[in-house]
Design a protein around this ligand. Sequence first.
Ligand code: PGA
Length: 267
Amino acid sequence: MRRPFVAGNWKMNLDLPAGRALVSELRARITGAPPIDIAVCPTSIYLFPMAKAIADSPIRLGAQNLWHEAHGAFTGEVSAAMVRETGCTYVILGHSERRHTIGPKGADGRVQGETDEMISKKTQAALRAELIPIVCVGETLAERDAGQTEAVLSRQIEGSLAGLDAASSARVVIAYEPVWAIGTGRNATPEQAQDAHRHIRGRLVERFGKAAAEAIRIQYGGSVKPDNALTLMKCPDVDGALVGGASLKAGDFYGILEACIRAKGLG
Ligand code: PGA
């Protein structure tokens, strides 16, 4: 069975005292060894102090991005080895905000963000540094309305995981995050999530073979809250969650952890 995994993507939120307070409250609530993997992903400048804050706890640390080159003249960027050195276990890659929100606008007014090619380079750099990449995929509302969801997911999976073999694919986590559900309060229904996850699993089977694909965890992300987490996490191909807004409050994040544990029959 795939071990469920819930990660909190803090994005550019929480100052250092607030991050420390959140982790301290989480630590107090998580007693014993949890039956799922748990991570928090603060902004990169707080990774070192947050590594200290989570020390000797079941909570692991993730970064929100990295740059694929090992070193050199890349002002403002952080390499995979540098991320690893902070004590990170995970790194979120290709988040939809990096694909669609952050970056210069092209002539058509759309943001020219990260491409699948960039994300595949970052994924390989993360694996080389022994980080576990959380590779994000997901369709926009326009793509869903145009009936292109499966085609978009196939293209993103193929492109973002280019260059990986079956052995290294087992160390990757996928996050399915429909762009229209992120930060909107409008989560995918369990049926929509399961359909997308089943489609992604199918592409992974084609790409890496059945055994490898069955071992890859696929998180759902997009307006996951304590009150919708149980039904979403009950979907057979949903192996946990990537949580934005609800990860900024210890009580809400803990509620999602509990819902995931219950949904998977682990406690
Ligand atoms: P949300 O964000 O939970 O606030 O919708 C999810 C994400 O962007 O990872």
